[in-house]
Design a protein around this ligand. Structure first.
Ligand code: BEZ
Length: 251
């Protein structure tokens, strides 16, 4: 497996220098609402400047432990199958793996040959991070999972980024558990809806189902905002905080 630690080729360069890097070095310190760090790197579709690539769109960055590993191969295939669904939501997608572009391009042939890709091409960029610069910048390294050289691998991270480049959501999975990309699309539906309307989405919600009125909205405001009004659920406390309304994007 080709790996070029510290090489210029494929090496990500943090544009915002040491301060941003220090701020996100430890896992979990990339906070919701903070501007995601910018970086430059090689990808399977040429050089990328992350902030330029995402522009003013919603975007998803997801990382993988390494090229030519079984679960990752199924995941990248699955994303190729779901790509039209991401595009329909105006979401830019990129994957990251800590190998170089030559390795990624060879791996793509395997990914496209699996049923998970469903005959689709890998039409989204795979970012090369052989020096693990982006992985460190985004706090993606999994200290429990080491490669054959004893270096920490990236976990399976999902970062969903808003059009203003702030972090809307992050999920970290261990290397041994493949992600559910239907769930990633479901949370995108919730994030996009709740950024446009004063609602929150309940457990197991999917697009079109009833939503909750956010607690910050008074009953009067809710009655004005939602064409179909809202229904209050009775609960023993009598506090009246459970208010349901139709999915306002479907009104
Ligand atoms: C995988 O992608 O299959 C994998 C990678 C690292 C550890 C375990 C599984």
């Amino acid at each position: 497996m080709a790996r070029r630690r510290g090489a210029c080729f494929g090496r990500a360069a943090a544009k915002d220098g040491g301060a941003a890097r220090a701020g996100v070095r430890a896992r979990g310190t990339l906070n919701l609402g903070s501007t995601v760090p910018d970086f430059s790197a090689e990808t399977t579709q040429g050089p990328i400047s992350w902030h330029d690539y995402i522009g003013g769109s919603w975007s998803v960055l997801f990382s993988h432990p390494a090229d030519f590993t079984p679960v990752c191969t199924t995941e990248l295939g699955s994303v190729a199958t779901f790509l039209p669904e991401f595009e329909r939501r105006g979401v830019k997608v990129a994957a990251l793996s800590c190998n170089d572009t030559e390795s990624h391009k060879a791996w793509i042939k395997d990914i496209e040959a699996t049923n998970f890709a469903g005959g689709n091409k890998i039409a989204y960029p795979i970012i090369s991070d052989p020096g693990r610069d982006v992985a460190v910048l985004y706090g993606m390294l999994d200290p429990e999972e080491k490669d054959e050289e004893g270096l920490p691998m990236t976990c399976r991270a999902v970062f969903i980024i808003k059009p203003d480049k702030s972090l809307a959501l992050s999920i970290l999975y261990p290397a041994t558990t493949g992600r559910n990309f239907s769930e990633v699309l479901r949370v995108l539906d919730s994030l996009q809806l709740t950024s446009d309307f004063s609602v929150a989405t309940p457990a197991d919600w999917s697009s079109g189902q009833p939503c909750m009125v956010v607690p910050s909205l008074s009953d009067d405001e809710a009655a004005k905002k939602f064409k179909k009004g809202f229904k209050r659920m009775d609960v023993p406390s009598g506090k009246g905080y459970l208010r349901m309304t139709e999915d306002p994007s479907k009104e």
